[in-house]
Design a protein. Structure first.
Length: 368
């Protein structure tokens, strides 16, 4: 195979089980470099609590600039009880918010896929979740997490008042809606847009702008509007009615976690955070598993690396334009599950328990 131009991938292992699961991705990248001549250049950096311990800052300027220069960023996980009492600006999670905001990663893609080998792991009946394949597109840089004014201030009678502002502009809504419609065109041409237009003006604007984009540019897409609380109920009642769901930052945070739990396998689900393409067609992006840092099992070899490996597969697909390599990696994961190998979190009767590194090695052994 002809050598390709070297492309930078930044690995940010983070905290807890992050270093263990990212190590398995690093092994896969090294295999691809050796066997497929892909010539990825791997860089690493500290982020979250690990960065705070060394630099008293959840992310340094040096690491941030490395992220700016990379084709893709692969993040493990950040946070843990050890840092819960730090001031807000120093907490590990602030590194995530900085990366999302400064890299302009406005669209978060969270697939909720029920693997056929793990249907029984779901808390719902097999007939409800079998074959489930939903893509949730969450707006990531606007809404109540970033709106101003915000803060806690004293008021009369010795009380305090907490303030957060839920705000969206037309352009913020339009760009994430386009991502959802583009994805739907490659899937089943069906989008459900979720908001709270019955009680929130920002929800009214959201509904109007999404509908306008559909009517003007994506008339082939079947668009349905749904209140976010109804969507939460429908995800439990009949999740397979959905294909692509697009929603704001707050509701997307909640609904994507709920959808993930439908699958019964949180340790298998990846995510991608995408920015806009520049004039050269290059798009900044960050990829991470949806699970947390799980400090209680850090260092024990029990962590499931599959979500992080599938996050790298999303990077291959969306940032690196290597669809065939991504297909190969995803098929390797399926084959390992078919063989009955399981990490502790998804272990069931009759299956073989393996460690984090053993699972990574098994997946590499199935690559073609």
């Amino acid at each position: 195979m002809i050598k390709m131009k070297s492309r930078k991938i930044l690995l940010l292992p983070g905290d807890g089980i992050g270093p263990e699961v990212v190590m398995e991705v690093k092994k896969i990248i090294e295999w691809l470099n050796k066997k497929k001549s892909l010539d990825f250049k791997i860089e690493q950096g500290l982020v979250g609590g690990a960065s705070y311990e060394k630099h008293k800052n959840p992310i340094t300027d040096e690491v941030f600039y490395k992220a700016l220069e990379s084709e893709a960023v692969i993040l493990g996980a950040v946070g843990g009880p050890k840092w819960d009492n730090l001031e807000f600006s120093k907490r590990p999670e602030r590194a995530l918010l900085k990366l999302r905001k400064e890299l302009k990663l406005f669209a978060n893609l969270r697939p909720a896929i029920c693997f056929k080998q793990l249907v029984e792991a779901s808390s719902l009946k097999p007939e409800i979740v079998s074959g489930l394949d939903i893509m949730i597109v969450r707006e990531l840089t606007g809404g109540i997490y970033f709106g101003e004014p915000r803060g806690i201030k004293p008021i009369e009678n010795g009380e305090r008042k907490g303030i957060n502002t839920h705000t969206y502009t037309s352009s913020e809504i339009i760009r994430v809606a386009k991502v959802a419609f583009e994805l739907a065109q490659k899937r089943n041409k069906k989008v459900t847009s979720c908001e709270k237009s019955n009680v929130m003006e920002s929800g009214i604007l959201w509904r109007e702008e999404v509908q306008k984009v559909r009517d003007e540019e994506y008339s082939d897409i079947d668009l349905k509007h749904m209140l976010a609380d109804n969507c939460a109920m429908q995800l439990l009642r009949d999740p397979k009615q959905f294909d692509v769901i697009v929603t704001d930052n707050l509701f997307g945070d909640i609904l994507s976690d709920e959808a993930a739990m439908l699958t019964g396998s949180l340790g298998l689900l990846p995510s991608a955070s995408l920015g806009a393409k520049d004039k050269n067609g290059k798009m900044r992006a960050m990829y991470e598993p949806i699970h947390g840092s799980a400090p209680d099992i850090a260092g024990t070899g029990k962590a499931n690396p599959i979500a992080t490996i599938l996050s790298f597969s999303m990077a291959l697909r969306y940032s690196l334009n290597l669809d065939e390599v991504a297909d190969n990696l995803e098929q390797a994961v399926q084959k390992v599950l078919d063989d009955g190998l399981r990490t502790k979190d998804i272990l069931s009767h009759g299956k073989k328990e393996v460690s984090t590194s053993q699972m990574g090695d098994a997946i590499i052994s199935k690559l073609k």
